[in-house]
Design a protein around this ligand. Structure first.
Ligand SMILES: *Cc1c(COP(=O)(O)O)cnc(C)c1O
Length: 375
């Protein structure tokens, strides 16, 4: 194969990362916590422009885990989770020995369906247990139906953990994703909107929650000169070197977001006349997706079905991927309760993620366009 591979989502550097990493090296502050970590937290708090407190951690998964701990989720408790998501949304439920209850998506934002959510909550309560928390997700950066979902959660007084791993820079009615839930999280894994190589943050609405999260993330050390512990601790804090990368990445956050939208526009135009294909987009003006990945829906019976497209792009050395496989279909989670009517299964069968990296070049786009034009 002569042409190089076009990947789904590669990171892009601002060039300033080096400076902040060098600061960490110069200070000999290579361990977790430190000046870059404090400043990275401040950068993000300013960016979100809401009354939030941010704790920087070593992954988005750790952030979800700590959110559940802070909400008091314990062994045997039930936690509701959007089924269509990456497994990292649901795994922390199992870390706590709790029971995941999966809820289907609706077809307009592909995220947790408010009606099925209400059905699930009522049924769990009738069976004797009120769910301890709800994990919602903004899949591919698309905000979920925030008003409707939060109305249900409020009615039953169940806290929300807002998994915004893919939604940095997305907003709903002008308010940024990550700030809606009782807790929110971002991920800075290599494929996300910005990266710290590996990392994440927990977003809370009080300094007290932030401090408690950092306490757990640094091995739950009680106040004493010797090492004294009365609670389970974790090694979850972000490293000062990684936070240096994050500080450099903040310089191009807005540029990355602009490129993601340009990528999405590119696909909207390229697929305009392709039979049986629709590009996933904002439902209405309330929604502002960051289009972390541009995704499309195919018609299973058409000549351009998902599997045929996968193969056609693969033959041109262009990476595409099916959508997240719903958790209730996963061998690990199959035995747990699920409430839905097949929307996420249908999306999984029909959907495809297109190359959407912030480092996607014009030349790569032209290669993708050539393939699309032949469909
Ligand atoms: C990436 C991702 C996570 C996990 O983030 P890590 O930083 O990789 O641990 C969680 N939820 C969703 C939806 C994600 O896409």
């Amino acid at each position: 194969m002569s042409e190089s591979r076009i990947f789904l989502s590669l990171p892009k550097l601002s060039g300033e990362e080096q400076k902040y990493i060098q600061n960490a090296l110069n200070d000999n502050w290579i361990t977790s916590g430190g000046p870059n970590v404090d400043d990275f937290e401040k950068d993000l708090e300013e960016y979100l422009d809401e009354d939030v407190s941010i704790a920087a951690l070593n992954s988005g998964t750790s952030a979800i885990h700590l959110a559940l701990i802070l909400l008091g989720v314990k062994s045997g408790d039930e936690v509701i989770c959007q089924s269509m998501t990456f497994s990292a949304s649901a795994n922390p439920i199992l870390y706590q020995g709790a029971i995941p209850i999966f809820v289907d998506s609706e077809s307009e934002t592909w995220n947790i369906c408010p009606e099925n959510l209400e059905t699930a909550i009522k049924d769990r309560i009738s069976k004797g247990k009120k769910p301890k928390a709800i994990i919602t997700v903004h899949l591919y950066g698309m905000p979920y139906k925030i008003d409707e979902v939060h109305a249900v959660a409020d009615k039953f007084e169940i806290p929300i953990v807002e998994d915004s791993a893919e939604a940095l820079g997305s907003s709903y009615k002008g308010k940024k994703c990550g700030t809606f839930g009782d807790f929110g999280i971002f991920s800075f894994n290599g494929n996300k909107i910005i990266t710290t190589s590996s990392g994440g943050v927990l977003i809370s609405h009080s300094k007290k929650s932030k401090d408690k999260a950092i306490f757990y993330a640094t091995q739950s050390k009680d106040k004493a000169v010797h090492y004294q512990h009365s609670e389970i601790g974790y090694n979850y804090r972000m490293s000062n070197v990684c936070a240096g990368i994050g500080r450099g990445q903040m310089k191009i956050l807005n540029e990355n977001l602009k490129i993601k939208k340009e990528n999405h526009n590119f696909y909207c135009n390229a697929f305009k006349d392709t039979e049986g294909i629709t590009v996933f987009r904002n439902l209405n003006k309330d929604y502002d997706s960051n289009y972390w990945l541009t995704t499309i829906l195919t018609e299973p019976t058409s000549a351009n079905s998902r599997d045929i497209l996968l193969e056609i792009f693969e033959n041109a050395n262009i990476e595409t991927r099916p959508l997240w496989k719903p958790m209730h279909l996963q061998p690990l989670f199959r035995e747990f309760p699920y409430y839905g009517n097949g929307i996420s299964e249908d999306l999984f069968e029909r959907g495809l993620c297109m190359p959407s990296g912030s480092s996607l070049t014009d030349y790569e786009k032209s290669r993708i366009k050539v393939v699309i034009d032949k469909l």
